[in-house]
Design a protein around this ligand. Structure first.
Ligand SMILES: [Zn+2]
Length: 105
């Protein structure tokens, strides 16, 4: 077993954890870990499409009975609205940072 491996995401070499060296695909840097997690989730979701479909159908059926639920909820919960705005802003910044990270490496 080599003592260093090349990260699948940033392409830099890293020292894998000896306990998981065989399976480890990514270095420990946050963008690479997040990317690995994202792809693992996508692979899981692709294998378990029924899960998402069933969930979506259930929510659609429910929302037919409560058409303005989220609109009214946002109107009456300023804290929720603000939190949602902040998280959306952070998500956009995160996407930009990630693009920059993978650009330069
Ligand atoms: Zn990496």
């Amino acid at each position: 077993m080599p003592s260093t491996k090349r990260c699948l995401y940033c392409g830099k070499s890293y020292r894998p954890d000896p306990r998981t060296a065989e399976d480890q695909k990514a270095c420990t840097r946050r963008p690479c870990r997040r990317e690995r997690q994202r792809r693992a989730y996508q692979a899981w979701a692709a294998r378990n499409r029924d899960y998402d479909d069933a969930r979506r159908d259930k929510i659609r059926r429910w929302s037919k009975n409560y058409p303005d639920y989220w609109k009214r909820y946002r109107q009456s919960h300023a804290d929720y609205r603000e939190r949602n705005r902040r998280l959306t802003r952070e998500m956009v910044i995160g996407i930009q940072r990630k693009a920059e990270f993978f650009q330069e490496s």
